[in-house]
Design a protein around this ligand. Structure first.
Ligand SMILES: [Zn+2]
Length: 467
């Protein structure tokens, strides 16, 4: 089925408006058939290309003792070593600005995009002109899948900067032949203007972050405007935050706006980032595996996990000739399934969206625990302050989980024992046996960046026992 690699798409192609699929054959074929006939050949071509053109991959794979021709199946593909964000950063420092996986010449580049750099120096991506067309094609196809059509006006309510979200949406909208309304975000007074325009232009599709859509709704209501009646949104789709995949948030957005809430998005490195994308049935993000190949792996052993299990996402481009990412580790945690979706597409799905970060996860008594889950509980009880620590120790062979939490400044010291009991009970109700230690306000250290809230003392114990 692979005619040429990287593929070139017919830019004039548009399905008929009542067609459910952009590419019915590809989207509905049996998933094993698609793996053999489409994904594997594309993957092999991508690997050969990357090995030939990229010093980064050649060096990395040579030292792992694996060559593209060794990869004869998707199982073999697990031999290719995982690529970490820190390697990309390091490589870009050594080979500025784009690093050793830029596989095209400067004349072939069409765009510079990047990461936001919230956790370090931003990463720069050189996007080739041909890749921009393929990204637009992929996004149009996925947007079609959640119901965007040519007659629609797509309101893009997010930043136009290095941030990929807005640009990726704009490219997909234009390729699909819908009308783009690139409104942007972040300028003082812009939210009120957005509300005015939403009432007047009545766009049918909204793109932004879930939290911004909720903020717009709040402002609209304060002005006596009902988003469900006075706006005209049929589809609201999101990336950049996990909210659109969290059932309670999804329901809230749908109730407020009266349109469907669609979750999309992998990560900036992986543009076309919409290849994690829900269809209009909203049963969790489909993994559009013939565009970007996604795997879920055990966060510790890095072995692929079966469907029905939780793992960390690892992504591989299948049609990028500029800066392809091969087995890129994002650190995002999700759970995948491969059972049928009512839409008829045969792509695996992430029914709970992306709900955690592997970097933050720890294992206590065989259970995976995310600090975010503990944070949720603490924040849900009145009387606790902002800061807390999680300390894991080992008594003989048993793990002990200690949560140190500050009580709020306005709390009477008499109720502190009750707070301790309440937190222990609520954590226990969630399957976490903990010892809560209450500490006075401002006791725990604050940092300007991401606080390190988990202290694992078990390694120390193991070192002692080895001696
Ligand atoms: Zn579906």
């Amino acid at each position: 089925m692979l005619k040429e690699w990287p593929p070139r798409y017919d830019r004039s192609y548009i399905p008929s408006p009542d067609a459910k699929f952009w590419n019915k054959e590809l989207e509905t074929m049996a998933s094993e058939e698609r793996e053999q006939k489409v994904i594997l050949p594309k993957l092999q071509a991508q690997l050969r290309y990357a090995y030939e053109k990229s010093p980064l991959y050649r060096k990395k794979w040579d030292s792992a003792g694996v060559k593209p021709e060794d990869i004869r199946s998707l199982e073999d593909f697990e031999q290719i070593p995982i690529l970490f964000k820190e390697e990309i950063r390091q490589d870009q420092r050594e080979n500025p600005p784009f690093g050793g996986n830029l596989c095209v010449s400067l004349e072939e580049l069409g765009r510079v995009q990047g990461t936001s750099g919230t956790t370090g120096k931003p990463t720069a991506f050189g996007i080739g002109k041909d890749d921009m067309e393929r990204i637009a094609e992929a996004h149009a196809r996925i947007m079609w899948g959640f119901g965007v059509r040519q007659e629609d006006i797509v309101f893009i309510g997010s930043f136009f900067s290095l941030y990929w979200g807005s640009w990726g949406t704009l490219m997909g909208t234009e390729r699909l032949g819908a009308t783009a309304f690139p409104f942007g975000a972040g300028v003082p007074g812009q939210t009120d203007r957005a509300i005015d325009w939403m009432k007047e232009v009545r766009p049918a599709v909204f793109y932004g972050t879930p939290s911004y859509s909720l903020y717009i709704a709040e402002r609209a209501k304060a002005r006596g405007i009902d988003p469900a009646k006075d706006f005209n949104f049929r589809v609201l789709f999101f990336s950049g935050e996990p909210g659109a995949g969290i059932p309670s948030t999804k329901k809230r957005i749908e109730e407020i706006y009266g349109g469907i809430c669609v979750d999309t998005g992998s990560t900036a490195e992986m543009a076309p980032w919409m290849t994690n994308g829900e269809c209009e049935c909203r049963q969790g993000m489909h993994l559009w595996q013939d565009i970007v190949y996604a795997e879920l792996v055990d966060p510790v052993t890095k072995k692929r996990v079966p469907y029905g299990k939780e793992g960390a996402t690892v992504y591989t481009h299948l049609e990028r000739n500029s800066q392809p990412m091969i087995r890129f580790w994002t650190g995002d945690i999700s759970m995948w399934v491969n059972d049928p979706c009512p839409c008829g597409r045969t792509y695996p799905r992430l029914p709970k969206g992306i709900y955690g970060r592997a970097d933050d996860m720890f294992i206590v008594r065989g259970e995976n625990v995310y600090p975010s889950a503990i944070e949720d509980v603490i924040r849900g009880i009145k009387g606790f302050g902002d800061e807390f620590r999680i300390i894991i120790t080992r008594e003989k062979t048993m793990d002990e989980l200690i949560v140190q939490a500050e009580y709020a400044k306005d709390v009477d010291s008499g109720v502190v024992p009750q707070l301790k009991e309440k937190l222990e009970a609520e954590l226990k109700a969630r399957g976490l046996r903990t010892i809560v230690q209450m500490v006075a306000p401002d006791t725990l250290e604050r940092t300007e960046f991401k606080a390190k809230r988990v202290i694992d003392k078990r390694d120390l114990y193991e070192e002692f026992t080895k001696q």
